[in-house]
Design a protein around this ligand. Sequence first.
Ligand SMILES: Nc1ncnc2c1ncn2[C@@H]1O[C@H](COP(=O)(O)OP(=O)(O)OP(=O)(O)O)[C@@H](O)[C@H]1O
Length: 414
Amino acid sequence: MIRFEHVTKRYADGTTAVDDLSFEVAKGELITLVGPSGCGKTTTMKMVNRLIEPTSGTIHLDGDDISAIDPVELRRRIGYVIQQVGLFPHKTVLDNTATVPHLLGWTRKKARARAAELLDLVGLAPSTYGDRYPDQLSGGQRQRVGVARALAADPPVLLMDEPFGAVDPVVREHLQNEFLRLQSTLHKTVLFVTHDIEEAVRLGDRIAVYGAGRIEQFDTPATVLGAPATPYTAEFVGADRGLKRLSVTPVETGDLEQPPVVRLDDPADRAAARLTADGAPWAVVLDADGAIHGWVSAATLSGSPEASAAGATAGADARSAAPGARTGASAPKGTTVRAHARRMDAWLPLGAPLKQAFSTMLQHDAGWIAVLDGERFLGVLTPGRLHAALRRSTTADAANIPRGEVALDRVPDA
Ligand SMILES: Nc1ncnc2c1ncn2[C@@H]1O[C@H](COP(=O)(O)OP(=O)(O)OP(=O)(O)O)[C@@H](O)[C@H]1O
């Protein structure tokens, strides 16, 4: 969709802002350009809509060399959002949003209807905000109007230059989430400039990490964090990149442990015998529909008085013995698992980031959490498995192979 070929920009004073840049962005991809101040991110972006002309090299948009396209016509195909927003102060929010459709010659009625639709899309009710003026909005609301205005003519490409840079971190995270939600339905091709690595990681399908005028690494967030290509990138993404990777590494089925599973209506003595045979200290309990109910310990099933919540609390691993576990004892006759089971609310969907898994474990003070596909129970994640998943994903990303192909024994200390 966007292709840079050996693009260089040298300003009149001799500054080389961008040096022999080549990269390609696929249709529907969101690329974040990240790097320190003055490294050439904005220059890169402004060359796409011809606010800046390259000194040499070519840029293609959807196969067309942009130097052959009239800049005004080109900019109709490209939405542009900047940090200062640049709303017209004397125009209402609705009229600001309708600016581009208006310029394109749409009727006033049609342009305003489209503007109202877009304000709704970015979470600003047109009935409340449409007639306000920009100075009657918060910073975050102004940014939303900026996004709505850029989307008004439905351009296939969006250029966003630190669009959420001027708002506080809480509002920024909110705007980022909203934008991701929008992008998941709109699938625009986006170049997004930021100097914030957290923002770049959170938003980008791929990240271009800039050094002075050059791209040092252009890859997925997980790979940039897990396998920085150069010492410069490693330093830029930060010493805590392992932590950051938790946000971009999803839970996969291969990460899960499979403790024994019993049903609520199973006879307790049979469940106890099963755990004894397996040498397992506890089992996951599912209801009749296969949905997660909770867990039951071998000790509880066998009527041990010291049966405790140990199976679900911190430190308990599906393979480790729960305190109080007693094997070989007989369960009370005539009861079902239901009478002994405990509820367990800590679960997360397959594909959720490891960070969410870790946070759920901490929140529930749990040594394991169930992983579900819809309602279906798939297995459990333990702290040990979470650590292994992180290490395997790092190896997998560095070697560019699926995580499932990295054997656990290739991961020391997992
Ligand atoms: N009109 C200009 N004339 C001369 N040098 C310029 C001009 N515009 C930008 N530069 C220089 O080009 C380099 C790249 O600037 P650019 O604005 O692309 O950086 P950036 O990565 O977007 O920085 P920031 O994050 O601070 O916005 C800088 O050294 C800057 O000083």
